[in-house]
Design a protein around this ligand. Structure first.
Ligand code: SAH
Length: 258
């Protein structure tokens, strides 16, 4: 608890989205904050060319969920952020994509509030946006889908529960994060609620990175296609959305986009 005489750190902690890939998808605000930072605490999804923007002499801390050996517990990350901020340092907490999506932002905000430290949030390009661009598609379309859901396949209990009945309806589009291990589970739920077996399912691995790959399949073939593809990098899964034009005609094809 802050004492009554404790003064607030001079600089608000910046909770910054690094975007899905290279430095050219950073916002200018993110770039300025990274360049000015004394301490950058980053997660494992942040690309090396972005970390290279941190000025020499600044403190670079990897605090990922799987980045180095066992993942860093959230409490330890919170303590790192508040500890550095209290020294008066300019602290940037750098997260892949947009920090407001599936990034445990609330826990870090709560820790900052409890420590009476101000913060600002800098949005980033989320993986779903980059993946939609990769397949040449709009996430919404007049006459096709008037909304899109951003879902995680996992929550604290394991596989996340969703409104499967709604998701199974024709024309629904959803972007699934962290879904590589959940293919069979989600497939089962959707089929149980009447989704068509030929519903398009598209995975974009390493969206907006040089090693980007697209896997276009169907709900029926999804788990097998995924196992065959052996994707190693982060992947975004679209339900109900196929790659635009010619790409959609090659079922289960992996396209290398060098
Ligand atoms: N805050 C991040 C999401 C963090 S959760 C964002 O807004 O993008 C991590 C998940 O995001 C991964 O499991 C994967 O599903 C997705 N992801 C992140 N970066 C990605 C990328 N470059 N390509 C494809 N999927 C990505």
């Amino acid at each position: 608890m802050p004492s009554q005489t404790a003064s607030r750190p001079a600089h608000p902690v910046a909770l910054v989205g690094a975007g899905p890939g290279g430095a050219d998808l950073l916002t200018l605000r993110a770039l300025r904050l990274i360049e000015a930072a004394d301490v950058v605490i980053h997660d494992r999804l942040v690309a090396p060319d972005i970390l290279a923007l941190v000025r020499p002499g600044a403190h670079l801390v990897a605090a990922g969920k799987e980045g180095f050996g066992p993942s860093t517990p959230q409490d330890a990350i919170n303590a790192l952020i508040t500890g550095h901020a209290r020294t008066g340092a300019r602290v940037v907490r750098l997260k892949g994509g947009d920090p407001v999506l599936f990034g445990r932002l609330d826990e870090e905000i709560a820790a900052l509030e409890a420590a009476d430290i101000a913060y600002e949030i800098v949005p980033g390009v989320t993986a779903a946006s980059a993946a939609a661009a990769a397949i040449g598609q709009s996430l919404t379309s007049r006459g096709r889908n008037s909304g899109v859901r951003l879902l995680t396949a996992h929550d604290m209990q394991g596989f996340a529960d969703h409104d499967w009945r709604a998701l199974a309806r024709p024309g629904e589009v959803a972007a699934l994060y962290m879904a590589k291990r959940a293919a069979r589970y989600v497939q089962g739920r959707l089929m149980m609620h009447g989704a068509a077996p030929d519903t398009p399912v598209t995975l974009v691995e390493n969206a907006a990175r040089p090693d980007e790959r697209i896997l276009a399949t169907t709900l029926a073939d999804w788990p097998t296609a995924l196992a065959d593809a052996a994707l190693a990098g982060p992947a975004l899964t679209f339900l109900g959305l196929a790659p635009r034009a010619a790409r959609a005609e090659i079922p289960d094809a992996i396209q290398e986009l060098a």
